[in-house]
Design a protein around this ligand. Structure first.
Ligand code: NAD
Length: 260
């Protein structure tokens, strides 16, 4: 379905981004990975995607807090693959603390990676998409883009902002074949969430397994984690012709979190 398309997935050396990269590659899209990690491990990820799906795979190490590095990544993408057809803004970080204790540098980093980076990639990807009159922009927001939780001021603010950016991007391109939507996952068991589970286990003096159960039972009625593969499948749908009129949506996949 996505043969000869090129997808850039930010923050795709791990977790949800890697799941989305696999799902898009399985549909034939060439993939540009981005994100941090050990050089050998990144080479292994690239080889594994190439071997499984026979698509071109490259990696750019841009730090998503740095607009100049984002510009360099977009230039690299244009040189290597021509214009980007599918942009998945996925890179994200978390920090948990009360507002009065929230480290200023953490606030700045969360806003930069989870929100401003998507503005930069989007503004740089749109001219190429407009030239082709086709594009898909998928912003990985969160249930926290639609509702709040305590101790997550920066994350909740950034994710609510990302849904706002999604709507404006969708509207500004409403008369084209460029769509922009957000996916709002509930809990997904990735390193980002494992860190929060580990912290809770220590703070509450409970086992990791109990901390995991408590985390799920507080918010996610299904009691099960969403998987990166499920989110990847939703991203593939949003890239399909069937989703041509899905525009500016904030689509939750959250085990019932937002139904409460
Ligand atoms: P993760 O920690 O597994 O992966 C994060 C990725 O972002 C990694 O590839 C990492 O290298 C990359 N990254 C981090 N900082 C970066 C930077 N400065 N520049 C470039 N890349 C950077 O996290 P995840 O859980 O897969 O999260 C992916 C996205 O999904 C995030 O936007 C997160 O907010 C969102 N999300 C996650 C959950 C969840 O439960 N895990 C729920 C809702 C939304």
């Amino acid at each position: 379905m996505l043969k000869n398309k090129t997808a850039l997935v930010t923050g795709s050396t791990s977790g949800i981004g890697l799941g989305i990269a696999h799902a898009l590659a399985a549909q034939g899209a060439n993939i540009i990975l981005n994100g941090f990690g050990d050089a050998d491990e990144i080479t292994r990820l690239k080889n594994s995607i190439f071997q499984q799906y026979g698509v071109q795979v490259s990696h750019h190490h841009a730090d998503m807090t740095q607009s100049t590095q984002i510009t360099a990544m977009m230039e690299f993408a244009a040189e290597q693959h021509g214009a980007i057809d599918i942009l998945v803004n996925n890179a994200g970080i978390q920090h948990v603390a009360l507002i009065e204790d929230f480290p200023i540098e953490k606030w700045d980093a969360i806003l930069a990676i989870n929100l401003s980076a998507a503005f930069h990639t989007t503004r740089l990807a749109l001219p190429g998409m407009k030239n082709k009159n086709w594009g898909r922009i998928i912003n990985i927001a969160s249930a926290h883009g639609l509702v709040a939780s305590v101790q997550k001021s920066a994350y909740v603010a950034a994710k609510h902002g990302l849904i706002g950016l999604t709507k404006v991007t969708a509207l500004e391109n409403a008369h084209t074949n460029i769509t922009c939507n957000a996916i709002c996952p509930g809990w997904v068991l990735t390193p980002l969430v494992q860190q929060q589970i580990d912290k809770r286990a220590v703070q509450e003096g409970i086992s990791n397994e109990s901390a995991k159960k408590n985390l799920l039972s507080e918010k996610q009625p299904s009691g099960e984690f969403v998987t990166p593969e499920q989110i990847g499948a939703l991203a593939v749908f949003l890239c399909s012709d069937a989703a041509n009129q899905v525009r500016g949506a904030a689509w939750n996949m959250d085990g019932g979190w937002l139904a409460q």
